[in-house]
Design a protein around this ligand. Structure first.
Ligand code: CU
Length: 150
């Protein structure tokens, strides 16, 4: 039953992803959010941007599940220590995928709605330097859950 419901969620998500134009514009696929293991800690949002006809610059992401969202990049230092730094902007090259995924670029979500639960869908808003804006429906998973099946 749960499995069936998740599949339906994934199907609804892939239909619900919206872009603000035709295939010449950037579009967003496979958006999802992982809740923190400890309530009150930050969560993260991930997605794939499909480049449009020309390069684009993502300058800001907001999420209605969280009060504050920041673009970050995770990296592993020489000693194997993990760290991350904020990104002011992310270039989305034309006709290429730009991926936000665990271990790499992500959107850090601060002050997450305490009522948020796995299986729900929340909106992400992506703002671009040219004034373009894209909305994406992101599926929420629990802290220990894998990426949803898209
Ligand atoms: Cu981060």
């Amino acid at each position: 039953m749960t499995r069936w419901w998740m599949l339906m969620t994934a199907a609804a998500l892939s239909m619900g992803v919206s872009s603000c134009g035709g295939p010449d514009r950037v579009s967003v696929d496979d958006a999802w959010i992982r809740l923190p293991a400890v309530p009150g800690r930050p969560g993260a949002a991930y997605f794939t941007l499909e480049g449009g006809r020309s390069n684009a610059t993502l300058i800001n992401v907001s999420a209605d599940i969280a009060i504050r969202a920041e673009m970050h990049e995770s990296m592993t230092g020489p000693g194997g220590t993990a760290s991350m730094k904020p990104l002011d902007s992310v270039t989305v090259p034309a006709r290429q995928d730009t991926v936000f995924a665990p271990g790499g670029r992500h959107v850090m979500l601060f002050d997450i709605n305490p009522k948020a639960k796995a299986g729900r869908i929340y909106k992400l808003t992506l703002n671009f330097a040219n004034g373009g804006r894209i909305y994406a429906d992101a599926t929420v998973v629990g802290a220990a859950d894998p990426k949803p099946d898209f």
